[in-house]
Design a protein. Structure first.
Lengths: 117, 112
């Protein structure tokens, strides 16, 4: 079936260090699913961080980047220099198609990121 | 601008009691609407989706039901809560099925 696997947290890094949160996907219902990263900051709702709908393309937002790699079925989230304000839970997700049952957004487990000052 | 509002923000309910959670979307007509649920320590799961008034599709069976009485309203309910219903419920909307849904603030439900 369709699934998303991402780095298990918590992940702790120091401010100004680089970050990578791994995400790999398995999509059997659709060849090239749309891929997303969502973020939930403390006390806030779930927000879309970035999206990529074309294989081979890169999405970026707030200093974060993720490249849609169809060969390795990966969509890793990276940032060159994190800030304390990046502390949040990050979710990798894909949209899968279920024919007459419609589309379904499938999430990874979420990765809690803590950035130390 | 589109806004999505969920109510209540949090609920504490007894096992066996009824539940009704609401969601309203303003500023967009005929959106796709979704209900998601996350158990403590679990992943977000899509429960229901609706592409039009009066039409709701179930994705995961959790002894819950959903209705869309108006274009901008989505209701999640059950007549009898279970302990396993505890968790975080999120409403979301999108313009089409392959777009990234945008989420409300969520409702924290504790069933005791």
């Amino acid at each position: 079936g369709d699934s998303v696997t991402q780095t298990e947290g918590p992940v702790t890094v120091s401010e100004s260090e680089s970050l990578i949160i791994n995400c790999t996907y398995s999509a059997t219902s659709i060849a090239y699913p749309n891929l997303f990263w969502y973020v939930r900051y403390p006390g806030e709702g779930l927000q879309l961080l970035l999206k990529v709908i074309t294989a081979g393309q890169k999405g970026s937002s707030r200093g974060f980047e993720a490249t849609y790699n169809k060969e390795t079925t990966s969509f890793h989230l990276q940032k060159a220099s994190v800030q304390e304000s990046d502390s949040a839970v990050y979710y990798c997700a894909l949209v899968a198609n279920y024919g007459s049952s419609g589309n379904k957004l499938i999430f990874g487990i979420g990765t809690l990121l803590s950035v130390k000052p | 601008a589109q806004t999505i509002h969920q109510w209540p923000v949090a609920e504490i309910k007894a096992v066996g009691s009824p539940l009704s959670l609401g969601c309203t979307i303003k500023g967009k007509s005929s959106p796709n609407l979704y209900w998601y649920w996350q158990a403590t320590g679990g992943t977000l799961q899509q429960l229901f989706y609706s592409i039009t008034v009066g039409q709701v599709e179930s994705v995961v069976q959790l002894n819950l039901s959903a209705s869309r009485p108006k274009d901008d309203q989505f209701i999640l309910s059950t007549e009898k809560l279970l302990l396993s219903h505890s968790g975080f419920y999120l409403c979301a909307w999108s313009l089409s099925g392959d777009q990234a849904p945008l989420f409300g603030e969520g409702t924290r439900l504790s069933v005791l």
